[in-house]
Write a protein that binds this ligand. Structure first.
Ligand code: ADP
Length: 357
């Protein structure tokens, strides 16, 4: 369900799903095999995040010198920025195995106990969406993270006994899109907490060229930049766009991705110069036309757009904030003057309040 503005600029819900899955930063089921094929396996192949990579290399070297497992690590940031990939790179650099799971798959106590008991010494356990772990799973995890044992209870009533079961030393790498949603006690048990940043166009152009190389697709420098600049700072989106633009190049030209081909393909996909799709533009237009530029609460926006709050907060907003199109204020969301300019309505006579102060 999405919304469109009719001639009177009244927003109405339509059944046409105008969301563009190409620019969604979350993993799509159809992406999984493709993603694993192109995932960088070493720090050298992992593009960008330079400061974080340098810190991690030192931490890893120190752990190796001490012959100790790495401290537990928490990565946070919007989806598609390379948290899972980085965990794999760390495992490869440490020369250890990695088990990858996500919090929703650890619903029952026996799920988390099972996985903890199956770990080998030094192994890395990667838990995606760790902010979604339930209380019981978290409590099982605390002693495991701190002292590498599990507290098990056996028997019933008066004969109940607690058993301390040692488990091999391991490193937990948690990933979350919402560091603030993690409980305090869980967050405190991570020795290292890092935020992943959106990528620059230069970095994304390298991601595009690397992926095209692996897929045997020809792309020139300007073509790579054209794709990069519409990828919302996100490698997952850049990779997905490479595939879509390559299809376009094959059908409309000789298969090579040039700037003209890329721009043509991305315009056809309705991905604009800032990488916004119809949902993003609808969100901004809604704030402008219905709420005089804001401030307006996220719940109100979600209801009007037929979206859930989580999607808007985790998927749409981070990039709109980063791109300077939207701002968060204590009273709600507001568009910026740059958003009006980007949407081509800065001089259209529409007057909106774009600053609270
Ligand atoms: P997250 O776990 O943050 O959602 P992933 O690690 O699954 O993101 O990354 C999504 C895709 O983007 C991967 O398939 C990977 O190929 C690509 N990718 C992510 N980060 C990088 C990077 N730094 N360099 C090159 N490719 C990257």
């Amino acid at each position: 369900m999405s919304i469109v503005a009719d001639e009177e600029n009244n927003f109405k819900k339509t059944d046409i799903n105008r969301k563009n899955p190409v620019v969604k930063p979350e993993t799509l089921e159809s992406d999984k095999t493709f993603e694993n094929t192109i995932r960088p396996k070493s720090f050298d192949a992992y593009i960008g995040q330079s400061a974080l990579k340098e810190t991690l290399k030192i931490t890893i070297a120190a752990a190796q010198k001490r012959q100790q497992p790495l401290d537990h690590l928490l990565f946070y940031g919007p989806p598609g920025l390379g948290k899972t990939t980085l965990a794999g790179v760390i495992a490869a650099q440490m020369g250890v195995d990695i088990k990858i799971t996500s919090a929703p798959a650890l619903e029952r106590p026996r799920d988390i106990i099972g996985i903890l008991m199956s770990l080998k010494g030094g192994e890395i356990l990667f838990i995606d969406e760790i902010h979604r772990l339930n209380k019981i799973a978290e409590e099982i995890l605390y002693p495991a993270m701190e002292d590498f044992y599990l507290d098990m209870t056996t028997g019933k009533g008066q004969s109940v006994k607690t058993l301390r079961l040692p488990i091999p030393k391991f490193t937990l790498i948690g990933a979350t899109t919402k560091a603030g949603a993690l409980s305090g006690p869980l967050r405190d048990r991570f020795g290292i907490i890092h935020r992943l940043e959106f990528y620059t166009d230069d970095e994304l152009a390298k991601v595009v060229s690397r992926t095209a190389g692996i897929l045997n697709i020809e792309v020139d420098k300007e073509g790579a930049y054209a794709i990069a600049s519409r990828s919302r700072g996100t490698p997952r989106i850049a990779n997905r766009l490479v595939k879509r633009v390559a299809d376009f190049a094959l059908v409309k030209a000789d298969g090579k991705i040039t700037k003209d081909i890329a721009v043509d393909a991305l315009d056809t996909l309705k991905i604009d110069k800032c990488g916004l799709d119809t949902t993003d533009r609808n969100l901004l237009m809604l704030i402008i036309e219905k709420y005089n530029g804001g401030p307006v609460g996220i719940e109100t926006l979600a209801a009007a757009l037929g979206e859930d709050v989580r999607t808007l907060e985790d998927v749409c907003e981070p990039y709109l904030l980063q791109a300077g199109l939207l701002q968060r204020t204590p009273r709600g969301r507001m568009v910026t003057a740059y958003a009006l300019e980007h949407l081509g309505i800065a001089n259209s006579g529409i007057s909106v309040q774009t600053s609270l102060f």
